[in-house]
Design a protein around this ligand. Structure first.
Ligand SMILES: *[C@@H]1O[C@H](CO)[C@@H](O)[C@H](O)[C@H]1NC(C)=O
Ligand SMILES: *[C@@H]1O[C@H](CO)[C@@H](O)[C@H](O)[C@H]1NC(C)=O
Ligand SMILES: *[C@@H]1O[C@H](CO)[C@@H](O)[C@H](O)[C@H]1NC(C)=O
Ligand SMILES: *[C@@H]1O[C@H](CO)[C@@H](O)[C@H](O)[C@H]1NC(C)=O
Ligand SMILES: *[C@@H]1O[C@H](CO)[C@@H](O)[C@H](O)[C@H]1NC(C)=O
Ligand SMILES: *[C@@H]1O[C@H](CO)[C@@H](O)[C@H](O)[C@H]1NC(C)=O
Ligand SMILES: *[C@@H]1O[C@H](CO)[C@@H](O)[C@H](O)[C@H]1NC(C)=O
Ligand SMILES: CC(=O)N[C@H]1CO[C@H](CO)[C@@H](O)[C@@H]1O
Ligand SMILES: [Zn+2]
Length: 505
């Protein structure tokens, strides 16, 4: 009995000693875990921000809602929307609670939007294509829309009134939407490759181009574009596009300077009607297939116009499928002549290839681009990452665009996550929202927030996305300060409304 007792005591003592020393080791282990996780949280985009008490309370709410949506995905990935094709989940995304919060959140600016894909197709169809005097016809195999005055001798046999198409075909509007949009229920079958979707994508611009060149429609179109951003709580935009040959029905046409003037006037009218809207900048584009001589001529004209309208025209970029046309290196000699006069905002690395098209990133960096569009291949290039960090170049991340245009299927694997984890400056943008049935920025912000940021990161990253959209904009320092102040007020209102709405949460 006694022996048994001492064995018991001894083993008890042993157990105590054993567990005590091991508790302190496991203590260290837990501390190490926490320290490392905290470090990662700190280096993630927005991790350096210090939240106010109000922001912390809102953070609690947002993290709970984010987590509850994620948990549904952990249980069954079919419930996780950003890992599926946008076309198949967009009607569900827009019913999510997290989405409705992001919609209300003041998002600052949309810095990467092509204005010819910026107005929802429903508006175009219901409002623009029901205007009298709109004609349609096939030109080189593509259906085109264009306004004519009745009796205009230029109306040859290919052009028929849209009214007539509608009379003959009660499904005409459905067919027309197909011409203007990439949306289909089975995208992977309809568009097996990036090449195939880019072919259709380019056509959508051709269909509506002449229609939008009609001056009154252009004005209405830009106004509506800003309205869709505004209703999504976006207060500033940098719009990419090219000078459009605007016309009137009586044969009057407008030159490039008229185009800029008309554009500015429309923006001013919008600002007058919406006083908390901050403004618009124009980023001039050329197709990347242009010849170096034409590029040079165009940039000279651009600089001249920029000197006349310096607070509207902010710089230059190439557009078009990056696998086609020229590389940035092909143009470097011409572009080097303009580095003092123009800011560059190059699309670069919007590609899955390695050591090929993605090398555009190197030239964008050496040409001192202010921002880089997509930068999708940047995670493969450690030297270029160093330079991007050193030169503080912001990357415009457009996740839905990357998915629809077939660079990536599941946004949880988006390569920019690697760089966001290291705190690279990014903004989230929408690229060509109308073509894939998105409005404003909220769809892209939602998928970026849910699929590309960790479970425990909430208000900080959202706030940083918004701040970046102002600090990396093309506004001058004074304008940025004013814009930050305006945004700060909207942000406070958002926080107050959140706390009110979720006070019993
Ligand atoms: C946050 O607070 C810490 C400690 O007070 C400070 O060192 C840091 O600069 C602050 N960060 C920002 C972005 O203000
Ligand atoms: C996951 O959800 C999908 C869609 O709701 C459903 O069809 C499937 O049966 C679910 N899978 C499991 C394992 O519950
Ligand atoms: C969701 O989308 C539908 C149709 O696209 C639209 O009518 C509705 O207003 C949207 N809801 C929200 C909350 O944005
Ligand atoms: C749509 O067009 C009609 C006239 O065709 C116009 O009265 C209406 O104001 C337009 N809607 C918007 C939102 O501009
Ligand atoms: C509509 O149908 C009529 C009669 O078949 C035809 O003559 C006309 O060309 C059609 N118009 C259009 C726009 O398809
Ligand atoms: C053509 O129409 C525009 C817009 O209505 C008008 O300002 C212009 O004076 C007209 N030009 C001629 C030559 O009629
Ligand atoms: C890029 O900026 C750096 C630093 O301002 C400058 O030294 C360099 O000459 C610039 N390069 C070009 C191509 O403009
Ligand atoms: C100091 C000490 O006793 N540490 C022990 C902690 O537990 C592990 C096994 O889990 C032992 O290997 C250590 O010796
Ligand atoms: Zn783009």
């Amino acid at each position: 009995m006694r022996i048994l007792f001492s064995i018991l005591v001894a083993s008890l003592r042993f157990t105590v000693i054993f567990t005590m020393t091991n508790i302190s080791e496991s203590d260290n282990y837990i501390r190490d875990r926490e320290r490392i996780l905290k470090l990662e949280q700190k280096t993630f985009v927005g991790g350096e921000l210090n939240l106010t008490l109000k922001e912390k309370l809102v953070d609690d709410v947002i993290l709970k809602i984010k987590k509850s949506e994620l948990v549904k995905g952990y249980e069954n990935v079919s419930n996780f929307l950003p890992s599926q094709h946008f076309f198949n989940v967009k009607d569900k995304i827009n019913q999510s609670e997290m989405f409705s919060i992001i919609k209300k959140l003041p998002k600052g600016g949309a810095l990467h939007t092509h204005f010819l894909a910026g107005v929802s197709t429903d508006y175009i169809i219901k409002n623009v294509t029901y205007k009298n005097k709109l004609y349609g016809g096939c030109v080189n195999g593509v259906f085109k829309l264009k306004f004519f005055e009745d009796g205009d001798p230029n109306i040859d046999s290919i052009w028929k009134k849209i009214v007539e198409y509608r009379q003959n075909d009660t499904n005409f509007d459905v067919w027309l939407k197909d011409q203007l949009s990439l949306e289909v229920p089975n995208p992977s079958e309809v568009y097996p490759t990036a090449n195939s979707i880019w072919t259709k994508f380019k056509k959508t611009f051709t269909v509506q181009y002449d229609m939008i060149c009609y001056k009154p429609v252009f004005e209405e179109y830009i106004y509506q574009l800003l309205k869709e951003l505004y209703l999504d709580n976006v207060m500033y935009s940098e719009l990419r596009g090219t000078f459009m040959p605007l016309y009137e029905l009586n044969g009057t046409t407008y030159n490039n300077e008229d185009f800029i003037r008309i554009f500015i006037k429309t923006v001013e009218k919008f600002k007058k009607d919406h006083i908390d809207f901050i403004g618009v900048r124009y980023i001039h584009n050329l197709y990347r297939g242009v010849s170096p001589d034409d590029l040079k001529r165009d940039l000279k004209d651009l600089v001249e116009l920029k000197n006349k309208y310096p607070s509207f025209i902010s710089g230059f970029d190439f557009v078009g499928y990056e696998e086609e046309g020229h590389t940035l290196f092909d143009f470097h000699e011409v572009l080097l002549e303009f580095t003092n006069d123009l800011k560059f905002f190059f699309h670069a690395g919007e590609s899955n290839w390695f050591g090929h098209t993605d090398i555009n990133l190197l030239d964008a960096i050496l040409l001192n681009a202010s921002r880089i569009g997509h930068g999708f291949g940047l995670n493969k290039h450690p030297q270029l990452q160093e330079l991007v960090k050193e030169k503080n170049i912001c990357i415009e991340v457009c996740p839905i665009s990357n998915q629809v245009l077939k660079l990536i299927d599941d946004l949880r694997n988006h390569p920019m996550i690697t760089l966001m984890s290291k705190g690279f400056p990014v903004v989230i943008s929408n690229d060509d929202p109308a073509v894939w049935g998105a409005t404003g920025l909220s769809n892209d912000w939602y998928v970026a927030f849910m699929a590309m940021t960790p479970e425990n990161v909430g208000v900080k990253v959202l706030k940083q996305f918004a701040i970046n959209s102002i600090s990396f904009s093309a506004m001058d320092e004074e304008e940025k300060t004013a814009a930050m102040q305006k945004w700060g007020k909207q942000w406070e209102t958002f926080l107050d409304n959140m706390l009110l709405e979720y006070k019993n949460f």
